[in-house]
Design a protein around this ligand. Sequence first.
Ligand SMILES: Cc1cc2nc3c(=O)[nH]c(=O)nc-3n(C[C@H](O)[C@H](O)[C@H](O)COP(=O)(O)OP(=O)(O)OC[C@H]3O[C@@H](n4cnc5c(N)ncnc54)[C@H](O)[C@@H]3O)c2cc1C
Length: 401
Amino acid sequence: MPLLPKDDDSTRNSNNGVNGVNKQDSNAIPKANASPTYDTAYENGPQLSSVRASAQEKNGKSKIRDKDEAFPRISLPVELMRSSYDVVVIGSGYGGGVAASRMARGRQSVCVLERGKERWPGEFPETTVDTLKELHVSGEFAPGDRRGIPGKLVDKGKPNGLYQFVVGEGQNVFLGNGLGGTSLLNANVFLESHPDVLNMEIWPEELRGKSSWEKYYERARQVLEPVEYPISFPEIAKANLLKKQAELMGWSDKYYRVPQTTRFEDGPNSTGVYMRASQLTGMDATGINDGSKSTTLVNYMSDAWNWGAEIFCNCEIRYVTKAPEDRGGYIVYFAWHSCNRDRFTTFFDDLMWVHAKKLVFFGAGSIGTTEILLRSKQMGLDISDDLGSEMSGNGDMLGFG
Ligand SMILES: Cc1cc2nc3c(=O)[nH]c(=O)nc-3n(C[C@H](O)[C@H](O)[C@H](O)COP(=O)(O)OP(=O)(O)OC[C@H]3O[C@@H](n4cnc5c(N)ncnc54)[C@H](O)[C@@H]3O)c2cc1C
């Protein structure tokens, strides 16, 4: 295991830019004296990843993105990772994305570690063969009627593939690995919790009741920009059927078009990333190539990048320990999926690490975070014995066609 080197923060404190942009360049990243709070930052902060937007408009004309038109990347090669950051964020879905964006806006040096790869519209699999190459199935196959026969343990497919199924008794989980997490594969529906849920006593007092949440919903709304399916778009047979069913049941007043984070017009989003109007491909659950999906890649993660966060993909966190006392903070240990390193049986024995001076955010999803914390507990981190118990899911079924 490598020894921890002395703190190295010189790059962050210099005037040299991060992410290839000079900090003095007022158009690209925040002005040194801007000191935005999160509330004001969207008004005052940078609105445009200019490189990305400029790639979309040629000769003043809007054009459909070619499949092989390369996007600029926002993740860095692992070789460029520094040994120490103020904050390390694990995962890049909604949890990790929000944490990275807020911490970067709060002028912390931020390192984001994501297990999956960075993939932009145009790079998602569209054929069955390509989709199968991105599949990872792990867990214990345990069919309901197995009469005490132990399930079969499986771990097959691409370890950090885009589509992961975790199977187990009573619950199966489908999740996404990639820069953007499961937002790359979800259904884009933006709904607020029912007030009865928010009134439950289980919430800490400061989060109890709908009014405590309004400020946060508003912030998320500003970033994710949900809209209803426009009436100017083609009619959708399924939506019409649901409407008819509601009418027949006397629930017409309950039928409405849900707000969704799909884009229905071309133009830059809240972060300045140029988006395209949906072409109604229906490929939400495998990744959409038309540039209309408001994943955390194109909002929270791009925003974090705009504010100087350093993002590293193909990094699978194994566990976190407390750093030695003279150093403080935490050490985050990870395996690097690159150059086919994961084909070796010793892959998880030879770990890399990064130091978090202040905070580690666990945004690896409910399965990923629990796994990392359970392993961290085994490695000595002081964590409750209740970890991993009483988990429940929110889906009844999932179909792919
Ligand atoms: C098919 C489908 C449709 C859905 N539709 C909707 C919807 O319409 N509306 C809605 O609100 N919600 C929907 N959801 C749920 C929603 O997408 C999830 O609740 C949300 O994405 C979870 O966010 P998260 O940040 O907690 O985790 P995730 O988005 O899963 O992000 C976790 C990230 O951590 C990474 N990671 C995991 N383990 C490690 C590790 N060891 N080291 C490093 N990185 C790691 C993963 O690669 C991933 O990128 C849907 C989900 C699915 C599967």
